[in-house]
Design a protein around this ligand. Structure first.
Ligand code: FAD
Ligand code: MLT
Ligand code: ZN
Length: 480
């Protein structure tokens, strides 16, 4: 693809802002841009005009100003672990990927204020580790934490496995620093827990998937490390029983309940198949298993006693048939590792269709029974990979092609009709078609069928006000 003289001039300007080594292009055929151009699920490969890697907020602002002046679209990118094809460029070869990964510093940990302020490109796991070293907990936890960034977590309002206690990324954020679509810097890193001085701007940028501006820094809440964190795995006979167990867990553990994840038998069988080194308890005997976590500020003995009482009550009520409580940190990690390996095991099994849905928790058993029946009637042999954050009413209601089926054909021909079937039931249950992964380009054309025209009109108004030239991640989340 030949570059225009305007594109060449812009690339020169970008090199002068961030330094030539940090502007990667296809001009040199030896440069491999796959890591920035291919989405995590390997569904779409775009082509960037350039991948630009600024080293600080001022450089981000200068890059945005230069791109805006040249009317060139920008795609903010963190770890590129998103699930909805939202962080990679389109195929035009005209978009600039703005990768934040060089901006990875912890700016300040304020123990008295219980906050940490970081660059947006900080990898989530590094942020967790920094907090732990100082005796604090940063509770956002996702299986992608080794490579996703806090900017991406904020951009998607990521959920993960601790939402039942600590909320989504939005609930953990007290302040943002943002480079606007015009290249201005908004410093909103106040760290205040109370501030009613007008519209709460940070909430516009959180969950906006890079369509309104570039998040360059964030002030996040931290918590004292709990004295004990115990993990249990329970075999449950049905989804109704899993929901009943959730009620009992709230009752017995109250704020100590920090994780409640459900896993269907087929999902667990994929972990056992693709990661045979992991020992997966109960999966052969039980249709469902639940991972529970109890965080306790008193002692491990207290946490264990609470867990034992809960599991006794659950067995008496018939909602748990068997259970194991981890005896050590290593065992606890192993139980969580099983849960976190499901998306990777699914990827190993092959291409798949994802439905990241949420429904009021009390209605989930009815939703699963109804949707399973409809789906298997219309798509005989489809293999249901159901698991996820039951404590938040969020299921990953995913589907693998029938055994031996051509996976590419399955995806090309069945994804649309299958999405339509699942989302029709989700709508009837007044749920969401994207609980935590966002919209990206994967669901951008589906959104209008599931969101009210009033809500869509308000969203378009916000986009128009903040990014009138439609240069920030255009075509993602909402069409300009
Ligand atoms: P990217 O993928 O790079 O970007 C995601 C979106 O955010 C894009 O629209 C992008 O433009 C925008 N963006 C990125 N950085 C910025 C920025 N600095 N400013 C503005 N916009 C920005 N997600 C969950 O919610 N819960 C889970 O439990 C979960 N588990 C996962 C498990 C695995 C194995 C994998 C691969 C993914 C999982 N995800 C999960 C999805 C993904 O990790 C999250 O969406 C994560 O928040 C994305 O972070 P990232 O840095 O990789 O962002
Ligand atoms: C998870 O919770 O593991 C991810 O959000 C799910 C997915 O990959 O579907
Ligand atoms: Zn999830």
């Amino acid at each position: 693809m030949k570059l225009t003289s305007e594109q060449k001039a812009l690339l020169e300007q970008l090199r002068s802002i961030v330094g030539a080594p940090y502007v990667l292009t296809h001009e040199d055929p030896a440069t491999d841009l796959t890591a920035w151009e291919l989405d995590w699920r390997g569904r779409e490969r775009g082509r960037a005009l350039a991948v630009v890697r600024p080293g600080n907020t001022q450089e981000v602002a200068a890059v945005v100003k230069a791109c805006a002046a040249a009317r060139v679209a920008m795609v903010p990118q963190g770890g590129n672990t998103g699930m909805v094809v939202g962080s990679t460029p389109d195929e035009s070869g005209t978009q600039v990927v703005l990768s934040l990964t060089r901006m990875n510093k912890v700016r300040q940990l304020d123990a008295g204020n219980l906050t940490i302020t970081v660059d947006a490109g900080c990898v989530l796991q590094n942020l967790q580790d920094e907090c732990e070293k100082a005796g604090f907990l940063f509770p956002l936890s996702l299986a992608s934490e080794g490579s996703c960034t806090i900017g991406g977590n904020l951009g998607t309002n990521a959920g993960g496995t601790q939402v039942v206690r600590y909320g989504n990324t939005r609930e953990l954020c007290l302040g943002l620093e943002v480079v606007t679509a015009q290249g201005e810097i908004w410093d909103g890193l106040l760290g205040l827990r109370k501030d009613n001085t007008g519209y709460d701007l940070r909430h516009l940028f959180i969950g906006s998937e890079g369509t309104l501006g570039v998040i360059t820094g964030a002030t996040m809440k931290i918590y004292p490390l709990p004295k004990a964190q115990l993990t249990a795995l329970a075999a449950v006979p049905s989804m109704e029983a899993a929901v009943q167990l959730l009620g009992l867990a709230h009752e017995h553990l109250s704020a100590g309940l920090t994780g409640f994840e459900v896993m269907g038998q087929f999902a667990l069988s994929l972990v056992a198949k693709h990661f045979p080194q992991q020992r997966v308890p109960f999966w052969q005997e039980s249709p469902w298993c639940v991972v529970l976590e109890n965080s306790d500020n008193e002692s491990e003995a207290h946490a264990r006693q609470q867990f034992e009482r809960l599991l006794e009550a659950a067995m008496e009520a018939g909602c748990v048939t068997d259970a194991v409580v981890a005896e050590s940190m290593a065992q606890a990690k192993a139980l969580w590792h099983i849960r976190e390996s499901i998306p990777l095991a699914q990827a190993q099994e092959g291409l798949n269709i994802k439905h990241d849905i949420s429904i009021n928790v009390s209605r989930i058993p009815a939703f699963v029974a109804e949707t399973n029946a409809l789906l298997l009637e219309k798509f005989p042999g489809a293999r249901l990979v159901t698991y996820g954050h039951l404590g938040d009413g969020n299921l990953h209601y995913n589907v693998q092609a029938p055994e031996g089926d051509d996976q590419k054909r399955f995806l090309a021909e069945e994804e649309g009709p299958m999405n339509a079937l699942v989302y029709e039931v989700v709508d009837r249950y007044r749920g969401s078609i994207s609980a935590e992964h966002g919209i990206g380009s994967l669901k951008v054309d589906k959104l209008p069928d599931h969101k009210s025209p009033v809500a869509l009109g308000l969203m378009r108004g916000i986009k128009q006000a903040l990014d009138p030239l439609n240069l920030m991640n255009p075509g993602r989340m909402i069409r300009g």
